[in-house]
Design a protein around this ligand. Structure first.
Ligand code: PBG
Length: 329
């Protein structure tokens, strides 16, 4: 014998049964969350130009979506509202007859088993598109805390099972926890967008939600993508303030951050694979450059391998299907 190799890692790759026996990452549809957009009006199912296959739904058309999610085995959603009325302070965000509040009441009545998480932020509701209340051209942190807390409370009153603040103001977890507790909602968890970067990967979402800032950018509140230690500070503050789940966003390009968070904290960590990631795969596949489902399955597994306990993705149904078929999982 010419080569006396003690270790041959290929030995454990010789059959499909063996490969799946030694698999290190196991995933299930239980941890998938599907984000969607709800709009005012009737009979609206409008495809989002920059996100083919994703729609803005009016409440009366939601059964089509929810039946599909149920069928796919998806039991949690993340709700984004697109209001008709916007003003300087984003007042329709906490209106009890706001779009998210109405959608929640409908979903909780018709689909009581669906776990409803709401995105708590001001950018879809403000006329200027920033995530808070302006003082000149600067988003005023502490004034914004009040409206965020008010908004979170109104979501919970309308039936939200969990709230997910995505604004990146300092102190918002404490502010929201306090108002929920004062009102008796001690068991409603907060999933914090703890580490949310100022990212061009949100481009298609801003088209979908009509929430692009009318001037400037979000760099004075969302994080600089050059930074990693700062992510630990953000997470530490959220844990101290009572966050139940920590989220990293965007997904694919930020898996190093996810792994660091997972290693340091014993809270569940969520990853949000955002609109730009979805749209890039769609675009590449439509040009025939990549195999859509293979890339979707592989990237989902990689996100879990990096440490995600929860994956928020527009591809939730497709990933659930791949798991069902045994292609991944
Ligand atoms: C609201 C919010 C955004 C996203 C989630 N919540 C947009 C932003 O911060 O500009 C992006 C989600 C996605 O791109 O899929 N602040």
């Amino acid at each position: 014998m010419k080569y006396e190799l003690t270790n041959r890692p290929r030995r454990l790759r010789t059959s499909a049964v063996l490969r799946s026996m030694v698999r290190e990452t196991r995933i299930s549809a239980d941890s998938l969350v599907y984000p969607f957009f709800v709009v005012e009006g009737e009979n609206v199912k409008e495809e989002i130009k920059t996100m083919p296959g994703q729609y803005r739904w009016s409440i009366d058309r939601l059964p089509e979506l929810f039946d599909k999610l149920k069928e796919a085995g998806i039991s949690s959603v993340l709700i984004f509202g697109i209001p008709d009325y916007k003003d300087e302070i984003g007042s329709s965000a906490w209106d009890e007859n706001g779009i998210v509040q109405k959608a929640l009441r409908y979903i909780k009545k018709e689909y009581p088993d669906m776990y409803c998480i709401t995105d708590v932020c001001m950018c879809e509701y403000t006329s200027h598109g920033h995530c808070g209340i302006l003082c000149d051209h600067y988003v005023d942190n502490d004034k914004t805390l009040e409206v965020l807390a008010e908004t979170a409370l109104s979501h919970v009153k309308a039936g939200a099972d969990m709230v997910a603040p995505s604004d990146m103001m300092d102190g918002r977890i404490a502010a929201i926890r306090e108002v929920l507790d004062e009102n008796g909602y001690v068991n409603v968890p907060i999933m914090s967008y703890s580490v949310k970067y100022a990212s061009a990967f949100y481009g298609p979402f801003r088209d979908a939600a009509g929430s692009a800032p009318s001037f400037g950018d979000r760099k004075s509140y969302q994080m600089d993508f050059h930074n990693s230690r700062e992510a630990m500070t953000e997470a530490a503050l959220d844990v101290e303030e009572g966050a139940d789940i920590l989220m990293v966003k965007p997904g694919m390009a930020y898996l190093d951050i996810l792994t660091k968070l997972k290693q340091k904290y014993d809270k569940p960590v969520a990853l949000y694979s955002v609109s730009g990631e979805y749209s890039m795969i769609k675009a590449g596949a439509s040009l025939g450059y990549i195999d859509e489902m293979k890339v979707v399955g592989e990237s989902a597994v990689c996100m879990y391998r990096a440490g995600a306990d929860i994956l928020i993705t527009y591809y939730a149904c497709e990933i659930a299907q791949l798991i069902k078929e045994g292609v991944i999982g």
